[in-house]
Design a protein around this ligand. Sequence first.
Ligand code: PTJ
Length: 249
Amino acid sequence: MEEAPKSHPRYFSLKTREKISNAMKKGITHETGLIAHGRGEAFDYLIGEKTIPYADDAERTAAAALLIAKNPVLSINGNVVALNPRECVSLAKAIPAKLEVNLFHRTKERIDKIAMELKKNGAKEIYGKKADANIPGLNHDRGLCDSDGIFSADVVLVPLEDGDRCQALRSMNKTVIAIDLNPLSRTARTANITIVDNVIRAIPNIEKWVRTLKNMDKANLEKRVESWNNKEMLQDVLSFVSKRLNSMF
Ligand code: PTJ
């Protein structure tokens, strides 16, 4: 494939497409991950392709939830590893949290390739290969997970999650943090804390907040998480988008 020209006004977006397309050719990203990426691009356009204040606030709350968790796990799929493997490993180390490869379109080959990619980027231990537990209510390989990873986690960060699985994780009484550019998706409406931002910007910004909040009193962090109103935030995002679109022309 010919390289994206640096002078192109949408160079960053074209490079990102190249990354995800190359990851698909390597068998890391599932082919439907390209479709999911396209949907994400469309919603990113609507928010202006930058971290809006509501997302920054959600990223800060997510950092607080991850810091007070007893067993936090970052769930890694084929899209997020294609876009920011180093940043995921760095965030996991900063919290610290476990990294688990958890796929919607699960195959052993993809699990191994994604785990290898995370190791190349500095991860030591990767969960997800044992798959000795099942998320109740999911009658498909997408329910498989590790007993000492996602299954026993109290807080799970799921970038680009499927709505069904998000609901199943919530039914297990876990705190679910989703990153989803679509504020209308079932995932966005089901998670405890939804980050309406691109994973490319969200993961490093959560890490920035983790480092800022790390030495803060736990009671303060708990207060922030407990007072989070996800529905109100999603309504604010939709008003933001609507005002932004109305003021464009
Ligand atoms: O690697 P696998 O097998 O686990 O499969 C991963 C995909 C993404 C294919 C699978 O989880 C899937 O089908 O996801 P959905 O249900 O299409 O949901 C993807 C959601 O992520 C959509 O709402 C998109 O708007 C959103 N999205 C896409 N790209 C990004 C994004 N959100 C944040 N950042 C992105 N870069």
